[in-house]
Structures are given as C-alpha cells and as structure tokens.
Design a binder for this molecule. Structure first.
Ligand code: FAD
Length: 393
C-alpha cells in the first residue's frame, strides 16, 4: 500500500492532522495500535485554547463543539480562603477558552474521518518505522494476523509518550529534557453540576486542588497527592472531604458531591525531546513533549504542532516548497518551550512543594502579586488562552 503521509497514532493529534490533510486532497493512512473503543475510553483534557477550537473548525469538526462546548472567559485562583478571578477575555485582548472534553474531540474527529473517507487502521500491531532518514520511508505493521507494509513520503509520529516513533530514532541524535514532579493528581469524575461556572485552581497548605468540568452536569475534580497512592486508597468520601478542605469555605459549602464514575492518578512530568524532526519523520504532540496538566496545555500543544506540520506539508504539496518541512522542529520548539515554561510555573505557583516556611511565604507573595497586578493577570491570561501560532514565510 502507498500513501503520501503515514500517521502513527489515532489520538487527537493523529486524527486532527489526518483530517486537515485529507481535506486538502493529501492522502494519509492512520495506523493505531488500539481499538476505537479503547481510544474513546481515555479520559483526559478538557480545556481548548481558541487556536485549537479554530483548528477543529477548519477540520470541519467544530459543529458539536460549538453547540455543546462552554466558553469560559475567566478562571479563579484560590488561596488564603478566597478566590481571585482572572478575567481572561479582558487581559488577553478578547480571547477565551472552550471547555469541551478530549473524548468528545476524539469522537468528532473519528466521525469526520469516517464521513470523509479517510483510512484508519485500528489494532495495527508491532508498528515499525523504516528508512525515514532517506527519501523513501516505509512503515510495517501487523493487521488481521498479516504483516503489511506502507510506503510513504513522510511519517507523522503522533503516537503519544509511550509510542514507537520517538524510540525509532537513534537515541544519540536526540536530546531529552525532563523534570518529574514528586507528586501526582488524584482525579475524580462525577455526574454532578460543577461547583462554579469557571475553573478554580486552589493553592492550599494541604496541597493543590482543581475544580474542572466537562459540561453543566459533569464535573472533574483533582487533588494533589503522593505519587505512590492508588485510587483504591481514595474512596469517594475521602476524596470529597479532602477537596472541600482545600477550597474556600463558601465554595466548599456549595460543592455538590455524588458517586464517582471514574477515578485515576495522573503523574506530573515536564519532558521535551529535541529535535522534533529526523529526516522525513516528524514527532507530534505527546510523542515529543509532555507538560504537567496545571496549565491545561497538553492537548493544545499537540494541536499547535499539528497546525505547523499541516501548514508546512500543505505548502510543500500545493506550492512545491520542499524546503518548508525542514523548518518544523525549530518552529514548534519555540512555542513548546513557552508552554513548558508556563505549565512548570503554574505547577510551582500552586502546588505544595515542601514544608519549608520560607518557600511557602514566597509562594503566597507570588500569588498575591500575580492576582493583584494588571501586569500579573495579563501574563497569566495571555499564556492560559494560548500564545499565537507562528506564521510561516
Ligand atoms: C490523565 C491525563 C490527564 C490529562 N489532562 C489534560 C488536561 O487537563 N489538559 C490538557 O491540555 N492535556 C491533558 N492531558 C494531556 C493530553 O491528554 C495529551 O497531551 C493529548 O492526549 C496528546 O495527544 P496525542 O494525540 O499527541 O497523544 P495521545 O492522546 O497519547 O495519542 C497517541 C495515540 O497513539 C497510539 N499509539 C501508541 N503507541 C502506538 C504504536 N506503537 N503504534 C500505533 N499507535 C500507537 C495510542 O494508542 C494513542 O491512541 C492529560 C493526559 C493524561 C494522561
């Protein structure tokens, strides 16, 4: 089989890239290790930057998102028993974010690919990448018990942090930057109305908490906890009590609790692999970088890689600009590192990092400064709604 762009992984980045290229008449085949049901069963991100939402509209998958997603024009940071609202719209020059679950984004992209006739091969086992440093890359895989081969012009490695694409590169040609945080987030999903119409990021001496949401009837809450704790150690009652203890009293009083429908521990990590391109292989999204979820950037950063690669490949095919794909890594990394910085900074600003009283006072002063100054609120707002995508000459 032959295609122009082989895409490894049918997570949000693989599906979005496939859909955008397909709409431009560029042939793609997506190879995904898991089944569609497994991919849809993952519960992850929920906050879309305006640029991500615009890209989903460009991919003609924005209809349900625009109908069912919720525009948020602010977030609150809580500390010292009170909530300080950051007006995202006011301080970012009119931008906002959209709350719409990653599961729904994936569902819409899958449906669009099926509707528009793009080929996705699910349960493709033992995917292997070949000859991507030369002009004629290939991908081999096993499907329905048979070993097959896909010839292509480019390979997009959209297969997440544990995928094969990054591991296929000679490791001596790659530089890894990494920080693993000594705590995680215990997350609980419940069919209860959110405690607030916007997200609340809470810094408390017991640890960080986040009140997030997926819809007007579905909430997603997180509490900072030691990395080695298991969901089984967090029965619902313990979770709700701990969450309430970390919120201002008036917020805790109106928190609607109920049975959990999902509970899981997310470790926190900052990770960047440089460069993001090796010959005709591009690393996209979580395959190249991970951020702690505190800045709501993971999915959005994956979308901005897709925006860059889509633009470069489209112009390569439409305008014959064969020089452009070579710019992928340098363009992406500039934005990646800014999002890494913001996610790391939000994490250190809001989490309990130690029992050291000096650090705690500094953290409190920083929170007061950033939420009490126009410049501070502008800094948070413009990063939270997403920095602009770079244009390509
Ligand atoms: C628990 C959790 C909570 C998160 N919360 C947030 C949040 O609140 N906000 C936010 O912005 N981000 C969040 N993220 C991050 C966000 O979900 C990711 O950044 C996003 O999923 C990246 O998309 P991706 O398509 O690059 O990778 P993935 O979603 O990981 O998709 C990769 C795909 O490749 C497939 N694959 C893997 N290996 C192979 C192989 N060898 N062959 C073929 N296919 C393969 C996988 O099955 C998968 O379908 C969270 C992540 C996790 C894990």
């Amino acid at each position: 089989m032959k295609t122009q762009v082989a895409i490894i992984g049918a997570g949000p980045s693989g599906l979005l890239l496939g859909q955008l290229l397909h709409l431009q008449g560029i042939d793609t085949v997506i190879l995904e290790a898991r089944s569609p049901e497994y991919v849809l069963g993952r519960i992850r991100a929920g906050v879309l930057e305006q640029g991500t939402a615009d890209l989903l509209r460009l991919a003609r998958t924005g209809e349900r998102m625009d109908r069912e997603g919720h525009v948020h024009e602010g977030i609150s940071l809580s500390f010292g028993g009170m909530c300080k609202r950051i007006d995202l719209k006011k301080y970012s020059g009119g931008k906002s974010v959209l709350v719409y679950g990653q599961t729904e984004v994936t569902r819409d992209l899958m449906a669009a690919r099926q509707r528009d006739g793009g080929l996705s091969i699910y349960e493709a086992a033992d995917v292997q990448l070949h000859d991507f440093l030369g002009d004629r890359p290939r991908v081999s895989y096993t499907s329905a018990g048979e070993r097959r081969e896909l010839e292509c012009e480019y390979i997009a490695g959209c297969d997440g942090f544990h995928g094969i694409s990054r591991l296929s590169v000679p490791q001596e040609d790659m530089r890894i930057f990494e920080r693993i945080y000594p705590f995680g987030w215990m997350g609980l999903m419940s069919d209860t109305p959110p405690v607030d119409h916007e997200l609340i990021y809470a810094s408390h001496e017991r640890g960080f908490a986040l009140c997030s949401q997926r819809s007007l009837t579905r909430s997603r809450y997180y509490v900072q906890c030691p990395l080695d704790e298991k969901p089984a150690q967090w029965p619902d009652e313990r979770f709700w009590n701990e969450l309430k203890a970390r919120l201002p009293e008036d917020v805790a009083a109106r928190l609607a609790t109920g049975p959990s429908i999902e509970k899981s521990l997310a470790p926190l990590r900052s990770f960047v692999a440089e460069p993001m391109q090796f010959g005709r292989l591009f690393l996209v999204g979580d395959a190249a970088h991970i951020v702690p979820p505190t800045g709501a950037k993971g999915l959005n950063l994956a979308a901005s890689d897709v925006q860059t690669l889509y633009t470069l490949l489209m112009r390569r095919y439409k305008e014959g600009r064969s020089d452009l794909p070579g710019k992928y890594s340098e363009i992406c990394l500039r934005r990646v590192w800014k999002a890494e910085r913001f996610s790391w900074w939000m994490t250190t600003l809001l989490h309990k990092l130690s029992d050291d009283p000096f650090s705690q006072r500094i953290q409190r002063a920083e929170l007061e400064y950033y939420t009490g100054s126009e410049a501070g609120m502008r800094t948070i707002a413009e990063n939270y709604v997403g920095l602009p995508f770079e244009t390509v000459d």
